[in-house]
Write a protein that binds this ligand. Structure first.
Ligand code: ADP
Length: 266
């Protein structure tokens, strides 16, 4: 065994220590690269709505726009972009909180149907606006152990995406079933399925990456930040669950989520 031209015997502890150190540095470099990519992405994402707000405000201030209709539409754009900026910052903070593990999960028994009802209630107006039917197939007396706020966030993100990426008159279905009932690894499988626009096959492997979107323009139009699914993936991991996606362009998408029924003991 040679290292840098120096013979190294199997039992030379100091050299072994050195090799471990090099491994560590590689990991740190990788993390640093990821962090600086993230910072670059964040700045780009923040600059876009700020540029829109500035541009439209400048035009209004210059006084050239006289017609109230146009004026109102410019103000609406300014409002929408400020709103997006707000959501973007909220999502970035949430993601950084989860990643830095500053917010450990608070496990408690949760009545599943009640939780999903409360999520559906919040999203019903958005669904109604597009005449989308929201169906729920969730057993009445099912409890799951998990962090209530985090689980709510997972379902809010998945169901609101299903509504955003489904055309008028479509349908979104939320189903839950118990796996391995009575067995050792009891789990719940949730399916959020829509009759929406679908995701091209080539995009499926990247869909959980931060800021990854199939169609940036459409996602912006629907108020998306591009962070929703990466937050979902992190929260599912924290609950020791799994999530996968199946989709066909023009037919629809299913997100299939499996979570242990009880708090997994380390
Ligand atoms: P966004 O804020 O853009 O919705 P997400 O991280 O929640 O960001 O989702 C990433 C991308 O995945 C979206 O921009 C969209 O292209 C795609 N996507 C997510 N959910 C669906 C769905 N139910 N149907 C079709 N495409 C979806």
């Amino acid at each position: 065994l040679h290292f840098d031209g120096v013979p190294m015997s199997e039992d030379d502890e100091s050299y072994r220590g050195m090799l471990f150190l090099l491994q560590d540095v590689t990991d740190i470099r990788r993390l640093e690269r990821m962090r600086s990519e993230f910072v670059a992405n964040v700045s780009h994402e923040l600059k876009t709505p700020i540029a829109a707000v500035k541009g439209f405000a400048e035009t209004l201030l210059a006084g050239g726009v006289k017609d109230t209709e146009t004026m109102r539409s410019f103000l609406q754009i300014i409002y929408d972009e400020a709103d997006r900026l707000n959501r973007l910052i909220g999502d970035i903070l949430e993601l950084s909180k989860i990643e830095s593990k500053r917010a450990p999960l608070e496990y408690a028994p949760i009545h599943l149907k009640e939780l999903l009802d409360s999520v559906v209630e919040v999203l019903l107006p958005a669904a109604k606006k597009k005449s989308i039917v929201l169906l729920q197939e969730v057993p009445e007396h099912l409890f799951i152990e998990g962090d209530e706020d985090r689980l709510r966030q997972i379902f809010l993100n998945l169901i609101s995406n299903a509504i955003s990426y489904t055309l008028e008159g479509g349908r979104v279905r939320i189903a839950a079933e118990v796996l391995n009932e009575g067995g050792e690894h009891e789990a719940i499988r949730f399916t959020v399925n829509d009759t929406g626009i679908g995701i091209p096959k080539k995009d499926l492997p990247r869909i959980f990456e931060r800021f990854y979107r199939v169609d940036k323009a459409r996602s912006r139009g629907s108020g998306g930040t591009g962070l929703g699914l990466s937050i979902v993936k992190h929260l599912v991991d924290l609950h020791r669950g799994t999530i996968r996606v199946e989709s066909k362009v023009g037919e629809g998408t299913s997100f299939i989520l499996e979570l242990p029924l009880m708090h997994p003991v380390e």
